[in-house]
Structure formats: structure tokens, C-alpha cells
Design a protein around this ligand. Structure first.
Ligand code: NDP
Length: 598
């Protein structure tokens, strides 16, 4: 039921008060890296490491990262006739985030039709509107087989050095497996959220029970499996789960009935909206997939609906498009002459209050205990933190062995040898599971594990010391024949990251094909084109999500002003749909304006 009866100024005050409780002087520095006694948390629990000879020689294209970015780029390169694409990944297979995240209940929050790339090319029909993790991982492997990407892939391999060799016009790549080879072109798709982090809790090193991070789920300890088998080894175990972000929201419903006791330690509640997952009907899918280009049209439709483009119908119809639909409906009520920027911002705020009130009302409807329900209500604007969607998370708190330990914004106080201390009380537990997320906002080189060295010894860390600079988020002056595959400074579309990656993949394949056709050894963005792009980005309205007045989290650098780096972490000012159109024209023109060819 829509809840339109609210007091905007009371809500603003409540949001500000909740935000104030969570602000910390140490911002992003509060988190711990998985080093020292925690380094083993990073071990691969899924695939044994295979001995193999070190790679030498030369390839046309090396791509660092075997997730969606690498897969979609390599697929388009293969289609363009570039067969020797060598994908390098620290994991034991393709999949990226879906390789690592196999925690119980893991599922994609974006609809399969738009999230899973290359459905049309591989002929795969997703089984559900929101696919579960094993199906997405299997799809990554399907892409790998379909495009014969396994033939050249290097798994369980970390790049340690990436250096431009100007004399030979190629990149030299050295890895932790003794590989030493070169590539004419390189792609970097190392992912935004792939280095797990731990909460900086006093005494964390003292805990003597079992512990692990959700991105390396220990099924040996919990029982069950990633395919959904019950976690059958927890019946006598008291488990603490620290964190209530998108990962926790998905694994709590699976942990809740399995543990003797489950304590969920919360610092900030997530907003948890309706999921409404459903199987995909074979006949329906056949009908929509009958015309070539169907997936591209779905991508464009979702992006237009979700991110302020023009679309007469909303095909996906879910929580991501709902807020945008509400804003449009509110704006339609205004007479044309009243459509000022202020009126638009007010319509956005009203729609958000309405949406968040519904989400809070849903908590009361689903959670039996009133004080638990009060603790689970999120008091911030929906896009301040990652919106979540689930149909059994809130109900899990009605089970007898499950307890929400709300820390009122302060977080866990400390860990002891045998438990977790919050608000002065110690909760004795056998295991601590960290659902504490991944590094965001730390330097590229720290997360990637190497610092690319471009022309004249220019390091990427130096180039981006004051924030990212690029053309389209993809081409960086000083780094010839290198392509960064990620959303920032391009469409910056967060609700469906694969749309960004797919468009980059097409563009890179077109550039490489042109270089090969014309016998060009090098392609590099000009300084003028990079400067002009950065100026264009800075002329826009700024960040659309995670503004400074939001409750802290990784969307807004934990509430700390990140200066120029934050101002540059934006997308095309006219929005994602306009960006994709612009990029297609730029690519299809064949002129690739702003790139220098040698
Ligand atoms: P998050 O960073 O979103 O969540 C980490 C959690 O740990 C937060 O609830 C945080 O609280 C909490 N935390 C940190 N420090 C402390 C502390 N000292 N005491 C208590 N709690 C603490 O990580 P997730 O793994 O949940 O999600 C990361 C991202 O991965 C998501 O935002 C999403 O983008 C993606 N994801 C996507 C999915 C999909 O459907 N496609 C599914 C799962 C994840 P606080 O909020 O206060 O900082």
C-alpha cells in the first residue's frame, strides 16, 4: 500500500540524526585488509591449483580479469577475428565475482534478461527472473566455452607487473606464476568489488572460534552447498553474522533455520524491498527472443526506465525501475511551466520518501517483534546505500533462534576469544561470519595487485593521484593499447553494470579490428581529448548516488569528502541512455575521434 501521508521535514531530521550516529573520523580507514593471520581467508576453497609451465611469447590481446568485463570484451574480439585473447585471473575459472561469491542464497538483484550477458549469442534461457549464483557462474563458463576462451586462459594467476615497451609497441606482463610474455593490447577488468575487507573491530585477532568471509564460504564448516542443499552442520552451532548489506540479506534466510543460534550484528539496516522472483516461462522466452537484437533492446529499455531515458513501456518492472516510475508520475502531475530544477528535485525527494515509507511499512507487516521491526527500518534515501530486495530476509527474524543485535549505528564493540561484544553485552558464539563487504575507494594498484607502468615510466597511481582521468573511462593518455573496462567516466550505470561492460567490449573490438586492418601498431587517446572529456564530466550535476549528505557507506566514501577524486567518479552528464547512444555513434563512425593512431 502506498504511504503518502508523511512529514518531509520530520523525515529529513530523522535521516540526518541517523546519519550523524554513523559518521566516523576514520572513514574508509576503519577497515582491515586480509593480511597476516587473516591472509588465509583469501585462499580459493573451490578449485585446486594446477601446476603448469610458465607462459612466454606474445599474444594479440591479454585481458586481466575473467569476470563479465573480460568475457564480453573477449567475445567481441573473437567475433571480430582476434582469436588469441589470453584472459588472466587470480581465480580458478571464469566468473569474477560469481566465481568467489558462492555463499548460500547468492543471487543476482538485477533481472537476468538484462544482467546476464550474451544470452542471445549463447542461446541460454535463464531459469528465473533473478538468477541464482550457480546459474550465473555456469553461464560465465558457457561463454568461455562458446568463444573458446579456455584455450588461452591463465587461472590462479596474479599479474605482478604490467609495463609498456615503447620500442616494441607492446605490453610486457609478469605474473606470480613465473609467466613473462607480451601482448599488443591489454584490457583491464579487475572489478570494483573484489578485495574482501574486514571490519576494524577491536580484538578481532583474539577470536578463537571458526571464522571466514562470505566471499569464501566454508561449506566444510556449515554443511550444504552453493546449489542450495541445507546447511546441515550448524544445528549445534552459535553463529555471529557481522554486516547487513546485500550479501547478508541473501544468506540470513539460509542460515536462520540451520543454526542453533544466529546473531545478526547490524550497524546500518538495509532497505529491503519486494523481490517477487519467478521462473522464466519457456514459451514467453521463445516469443521475446524470436527477433534478433532482442537482448540489446531489453538492455536499452531497462536503462531508459531506470536511469531517466525515454521509454514508453517498462519491460523489467522491478524495484530498480519503480523509483524512476514514481518520479516520472510525480513530475507528470506538474503543469509544464512548473517544471523547474527545484520542482524536479522535490518530486524526486517526495517519491523517495513515499518509497522508503512503503519499505518501512513492509518491515512492520513481516516482522513479529516490534522492537526488532523498529531496528530493521532504514532511515535514509533509497539510493544512499545499495537497495536490497528479498522475500524472506525480514521473516527470518521471526524464527526462535535468530536475534537481531542492532548496535544503533555504532557497530560491534569488540571481539573476545569466545564471542562478540555489542552494547556492553557479550554474545558467546562458535563462529563469526564476516559479511563485511569489499574494498571500495582504495587505490587501483592496491586492489589490482600491480601498478601499470605506461609510456616514459608513467605509473597509473601517479596519473590518477588526483582522481581518475580518461576518455569514456576506457582510454587513458600515457597508456597506449590499454583499455579499462568499467562504468566510471562512461555511463556510470550502477543498477546494471553489465550494460556498461558490453558496450565497452563492442567498442574495444571495433578499435582493435581497425588497428589490425590498417596495420597500426599503437592507439592512444590524445591529451586534448582526455582533457575535454574530463571537463565535460565536471560540467555535469555531480554524483547521482551516494551524495555527501547520505548515511555513510561505500557509495559515498563512508561519508567523507573525497575531493577531486569524488568529483571525477561520475558519468556522462546527460545520463546512461544518452551515453550509450553517443558511444555507438562514436564507434560506428569509424573515426574514433580523440584517438591517435601510430
Ligand atoms: P557491504 O559493504 O554492502 O556490507 C558490509 C556490511 O558490514 C554493512 O552492513 C556494514 O555496515 C557492516 N559492517 C562494517 N563494519 C562493521 C562493524 N564494525 N560492525 C558491524 N557491522 C559492520 O557488503 P556486501 O558484501 O553485503 O555487498 C557488497 C556489494 O556487493 C553490494 O553492495 C552489491 O553491490 C554487491 N552484491 C550484489 C548482489 C547482487 O544481487 N547482484 C548480492 C550481494 C552483493 P554499514 O552499512 O553500517 O557500513
Amino acid at each position: 500500500m502506498p504511504t503518502t501521508d508523511f512529514d518531509p521535514s520530520a523525515l529529513r531530521q530523522k535521516y540526518a540524526a541517523e546519519r550523524a550516529k554513523r559518521l566516523r573520523a576514520d572513514g574508509n580507514d576503519q577497515y582491515l585488509a586480509l593480511q597476516g593471520q587473516f591472509a588465509h581467508y583469501l585462499d580459493d576453497p573451490y578449485t585446486p591449483r594446477q601446476a603448469r609451465p610458465a607462459k612466454t611469447g606474445h599474444v594479440r590481446f591479454a585481458f586481466i580479469g575473467g569476470g563479465f568485463a573480460g568475457l564480453v570484451t573477449a567475445a567481441r574480439l573473437v567475433e571480430a577475428g582476434v582469436e588469441d585473447v589470453c584472459i588472466i585471473d587470480k581465480a580458478g575459472d571464469f566468473g569474477g565475482t560469481w566465481y568467489w561469491n558462492r555463499y548460500p542464497g547468492a543471487q543476482c538483484d538485477t533481472a537476468s534478461m538484462v544482467y546476464m550477458p550474451l544470452l542471445e549469442e549463447t542461446g541460454h534461457r535463464p531459469s528465473e527472473k533473478y538468477a541464482h549464483a550457480p546459474e550465473i557462474l555456469a553461464h560465465c563458463q558457457r561463454i568461455g566455452r562458446h568463444y573458446r576462451l579456455y584455450d588461452h586462459a591463465l587461472f590462479h594467476t596474479q599479474v605482478r607487473e604490467l609495463v609498456w615497451d615503447a620500442e616494441r609497441s607492446h605490453w610486457r606482463i609478469r605474473t606470480d606464476r613465473g609467466d613473462d610474455f607480451s601482448a599488443q593490447f591489454i584490457g583491464l577488468g579487475t572489478g570494483p568489488l573484489h578485495v574482501p575487507k574486514l571490519p576494524g573491530i577491536a580484538g578481532i585477532a583474539d577470536f578463537q572460534g571458526h571464522s571466514f568471509h562470505t566471499s569464501r564460504w566454508d561449506y566444510g564448516y556449515t554443511g550444504g552447498d552453493a546449489q542450495g542443499a541445507a546447511l546441515d552442520r550448524l544445528a549445534d552451532q552459535r553463529v555471529a553474522l557481522i554486516g547487513t548489506g546485500a550479501t547478508a540479506v541473501q544468506c540470513v534466510p539460509r542460515l536462520a533455520p540451520a543454526c542453533r543460534a544466529l546473531y545478526v550484528f547490524q550497524r546500518t539496516p538495509s532497505s529491503v524491498d519486494v523481490r517477487a522472483n519467478a521462473p522464466i516461462d519457456a514459451d514467453w522466452f521463445r516469443a521475446i527472443a524470436a527477433t534478433p537484437g532482442w537482448q540489446q533492446r531489453w538492455l536499452e529499455n531497462f536503462t531508459a526506465n531506470q536511469a531517466g531515458g525515454q521509454a514508453s513501456e517498462d519491460w523489467v518492472q522491478d524495484g530498480w525501475t519503480d523509483l524512476a516510475r514514481r518520479i516520472r508520475a510525480n513530475l507528470m502531475k506538474l503543469p509544464r511551466q512548473a517544471l523547474t530544477p527545484q520542482a524536479m528535485l522535490a518530486a524526486y525527494e517526495d517519491s523517495d520518501f513515499e518509497k522508503m515509507n512503503e519499505i518501512r511499512t513492509r518491515v512492520d507487516a513481516l516482522v513479529d517483534d516490534p522492537s526488532t521491526a523498529a531496528g530493521l527500518k532504514a532511515w535514509y534515501r533509497q539510493l544512499c546505500k545499495r537497495p536490497c530486495f528479498h522475500d524472506s530476509y525480514l521473516q527470518a527474524f521471526n524464527l526462535p533462534g535468530v536475534q537481531l543485535v542492532d548496535t544503533d549505528g555504532r557497530g560491534v564493540e569488540r571481539l573476545s576469544a569466545s564471542g562478540v561484544v555489542a552494547a556492553g553485552r557479550e554474545y558467546a558464539v562458535d563462529a563469526v561470519i564476516y559479511a563485511s563487504g569489499f574494498e571500495v575507494g582504495t587505490p587501483f594498484a592496491r586492489r589490482a595487485g600491480f601498478d601499470p607502468v605506461g609510456r616514459d615510466g608513467l605509473r597509473l597511481s601517479g596519473k590518477w593521484a588526483e582522481g581518475m582521468r580518461s576518455l569514456h573511462g576506457c582510454h587513458v593518455r600515457g597508456f597506449p593499447n590499454a583499455f579499462f573496462v568499467q562504468p566510471t567516466q562512461g555511463a556510470n550505470l550502477i543498477s546494471n553494470v553489465p550494460h556498461n561492460l558490453s558496450e565497452s567490449g563492442r567498442t574495444i573490438a571495433a578499435i582493435v579490428a581497425q588497428a589490425l586492418r590498417q596495420g597500426q601498431a599503437e592507439v592512444e587517446v590524445s591529451a586534448a581529448a582526455e582533457d575535454a572529456w574530463v571537463a565535460l564530466l565536471l560540467s555535469g550535476a555531480g554524483r547521482m548516488i551516494g551524495s555527501a549528505d547520505c548515511t555513510p557507506g561505500y557509495y559515498n566514501n563512508e561519508g567523507r569528502d573525497s575531493g577531486m577524486a569524488g568529483k571525477l567518479a561520475v558519468g556522462y552528464p546527460a545520463g546512461p541512455s544518452a551515453y550509450f547512444k553517443y558511444l555507438q555513434d562514436w564507434r560506428d563512425s569509424g573515426r574514433f575521434e580523440g584517438l591517435d593512431w601510430r
